[in-house]
Design a protein around this ligand. Structure first.
Ligand code: COA
Length: 163
């Protein structure tokens, strides 16, 4: 049976931490769908198109385009998107204990909406556990070096935004 997984997120922007989860997810699903969504509690710096463009370029740069990965924007409920794409599971990265409560609530709500779709958590690898898109944006805006956390292409996009 084909296992279809969705890796949802705001990806504002995608970081090396997200990329690490994508690469590892490919070991457990046959097809990975990256769902670029809007979290109603966040005001993204980048448009959905800009975020998707970064993801495509980063996948290209990491020779992941030949893998079974698709990228879509998620409009509306994640669980409806999962149903439309016949997904078996949602994949999320867990960085620290502080992520747990938020993920626990979201997983519980999603389970109530669609119990047939499981949520699977992958622990962030050591060097990515402190990265967050917000911190990357803040450090970059204040002139810090974020090249360890995001791609060169992403830095170019952030440079343009912060001009
Ligand atoms: N390594 C490093 N950083 C990571 C990471 C990893 N492996 N995994 C997550 N992060 C960071 C991100 O950079 C981000 O940082 P930020 O908070 O500073 O922006 C944070 O952890 C989590 O963001 P992200 O993974 O991009 O997703 P999110 O939590 O913003 O996504 C959605 C939430 C989009 C999945 C959720 O809002 C959703 O499902 N929306 C659709 C609407 C819906 O169905 N709502 C009801 C939900 S019950």
């Amino acid at each position: 049976m084909n296992k279809i997984g969705i890796y949802p997120g705001t990806f504002d922007p995608m970081t090396n931490g997200h990329l690490n989860i994508i690469i590892r997810s490919l070991k457990i699903v046959d097809k990975l769908i990256i769902g670029v969504a809007d979290n109603l509690n966040k005001t993204p710096l980048l448009s959905i198109e800009e975020r998707i463009d970064i993801i495509i370029k980063d996948l290209n740069a990491n020779k992941l385009t030949e893998k079974n990965i698709e990228i879509y924007s998620v409009k509306g409920l994640l669980m409806e998107f999962a149903k439309e794409h016949n997904a078996n599971c949602i994949i999320r990265g867990l960085r620290a204990v502080s992520d747990f409560e938020y993920e626990f609530q979201m997983t519980g709500m999603n389970y109530q909406l669609k119990p047939e779709v499981e949520t699977v958590f992958l622990m962030s690898s050591d060097n990515n556990s402190f990265i967050s898109s917000n911190l990357v944006k803040e450090v970059h805006k204040l002139g810090g070096d974020v090249s360890k956390f995001v791609s060169d292409n992403t830095i170019k996009v952030l440079n343009k935004k912060n001009k």
